[in-house]
Write a protein of this length. Structure first.
Length: 153
C-alpha cells in the first residue's frame, strides 16, 4: 500500500502545527518542531505524529472544523488505508526515510477547537477504533518533502 505526503507540519509548541514544504527528520522528529508537554508528547518513541488526509476529510464531512495540522500531526498522508495502520507498522518515505508506528496518540483538550462541541475524543482509539492519529519513531532519518511517496511495509 502506498500514498503520498500531503502536508508536513511543525510548530514552536502546541497546535495548530503549520505547513512547511520540506524538513529534516531525525531521531527526535522534525527539525524546528517543539512540544509544550514533553512528558506526553515527543521523545524517541513519539518523534513523529501522523494522520490521514482522508480521515480529516471524513471528519470535515461530519461538520468538524478540522484541517491538516490542526490536531498536531507532523505528517499528513494521503492514499493510505488508515485503519490498517497499527503499532509495529513501518512506513518508507521518499529516499530512505523509515518510520515505525509505536502507538496510538491520546487526544487532549488542546485539539478541542478542531471538533464540534469540543468533542476531541472523536479521534480516541479506545472510543472510535481506526480514527486515532499515531506516533512513530524514526528508524532512518533524512529530508522529507510534500508529494513524496509513502509506502507501508
Amino acid at each position: 500500500m502506498s500514498g503520498r505526503i500531503f502536508q508536513l507540519n511543525r510548530s514552536a509548541g502546541g497546535v495548530p502545527k503549520l505547513p512547511v514544504r520540506q524538513v529534516e527528520l531525525a531521531a527526535l522528529g522534525l527539525e524546528g518542531d517543539r512540544q509544550k508537554h514533553t512528558k506526553i508528547h515527543g521523545g524517541v518513541d513519539r518523534a513523529v505524529c501522523l494522520y490521514s488526509l482522508e480521515m480529516i476529510q471524513a471528519l470535515q464531512a461530519e461538520g468538524h472544523p478540522i484541517y491538516p495540522g490542526s490536531i498536531g500531526e507532523n505528517v499528513t498522508v494521503s492514499g493510505v488505508t488508515w485503519k490498517a495502520i497499527v503499532p509495529g507498522s513501518r512506513f518508507s518515505v521518499g529516499d530512505g526515510v523509515v518510520l515505525e508506528v509505536t502507538r496510538y496518540t491520546e487526544p487532549c483538550k488542546l485539539i478541542a477547537e478542531s471538533f464540534i462541541g469540543r468533542a476531541f475524543r472523536r479521534v480516541d482509539q479506545d472510543k472510535n477504533p481506526g480514527w486515532s492519529r499515531v506516533y512513530a519513531k524514526v528508524i532512518s532519518g533524512g529530508t522529507i518533502r510534500i508529494g513524496q511517496r509513502v509506502k507501508l511495509g
